[in-house]
Design a protein. Structure first.
Length: 307
């Protein structure tokens, strides 16, 4: 996030020293960064009325190695600055209605590929070891990240005894649920743009209590990494009304599988117990539904009813 903010501040500080063409670029980008982020150097130059080489030199003048690095800073700015309505307008302005399904699916595939290519395997292994050694595990994910946190919490409850999936509408409630967190524990914070301040405060609180902090977020520049010792980075940068959560979910799946492999005996024993419980309490309904000669549907041995 810092690099994106630096882009705007660099342009503002150097504006008076820019050439006429550079000033036109700076003005356009400052007012239309949501559109500029998706333009090639040639297209940006055409839109502003300068040459492609002027655009490239402008990026280098600002301290970037080239236009690709400059464009990444622009994309990061879009992710962090646009509200939901603006993001929807950007996406649907670029993609024809008839191509939305294929576009979104291909985008999700790309996010998984990019995540696989760039994720830190050492950080992943460290996360596994840290979780295995923790006395208690706290999981926090708010708003659109809540389903990810819930999914992780569901499977962790099958693997570990002390898992706390935090549900909250305010920062104070988070602190109350974390009042006993200590250096023997770990917290897993999940947050993607637009980043949740409540999640960040929870990680800060845990760090101040000497707990281990693991983050699942979209960038090394994410504010979530301020307090973490282990960063799992999954790409989720589709500028739209919704963020792509496919890659983060894949990382969570990998984390669960890795932990299951390290706790195979315990997992097998737990699943065997669960099968008996599911059977005994008819968790999964095997009742037959019969209809004969136009009679009403009859449930045999419905849950909660006697014969």
């Amino acid at each position: 996030m810092g690099n994106a903010e630096n882009l705007l501040s660099k342009m503002n500080k150097q504006y008076q020293n820019f050439s006429k063409g550079q000033k036109k670029l700076a003005t356009y980008i400052n007012d239309n960064y949501d559109k500029a982020a998706f333009l090639t150097a040639a297209k940006l130059g055409e839109t502003v009325g300068v040459s492609e080489s002027t655009v490239v030199r402008f990026a280098i003048h600002l301290g970037y190695k080239g236009y690709p690095e400059f464009q990444k800073a622009l994309e990061e700015l879009v992710r962090n600055k646009l509200n939901s309505i603006q993001r929807m307008e950007v996406t649907y302005g670029r993609v024809p209605q008839s191509e939305i399904l294929d576009t979104v699916l291909h985008s999700d595939i790309d996010k998984i590929k990019l995540t696989m290519e760039h994720i830190d395997h050492g950080a992943f292994e460290l996360a596994v070891e840290t979780i295995l050694k923790a006395k208690s595990i706290y999981i926090v994910g708010i708003r659109s990240c809540a389903p990810l946190a819930s999914f992780l919490g569901f499977y962790f409850n099958l693997l570990f005894d002390h898992v706390h999936l935090m549900h909250t509408n305010s920062s104070s409630e988070l602190f109350e649920q974390m009042i006993h967190i200590s250096g023997d524990d770990v917290i897993i914070g999940i947050s993607f743009p637009r980043y949740s301040m409540r999640t960040l405060k929870a990680l800060e609180f845990a760090n101040n209590r000497s707990a281990k902090v693991i983050t699942l977020t979209d960038s090394i520049h994410s504010p979530m990494n301020l307090y973490s010792s282990c960063n799992l980075i999954a790409r989720s940068d589709m500028a739209s009304i919704v963020d792509s959560l496919v890659a983060p979910l894949s990382v969570i799946n990998a984390l669960v599988v890795a932990l299951c492999m390290r706790k195979q005996k315990e997992v097998v024993a737990t699943l065997e117990d669960l099968e008996k419980i599911w059977d005994e309490y008819q968790v999964y309904n095997n009742d037959e539904i019969n209809m004969a000669d136009g009679q009403d549907i009859e449930l045999k041995n419905p849950v909660g009813m006697e014969d």
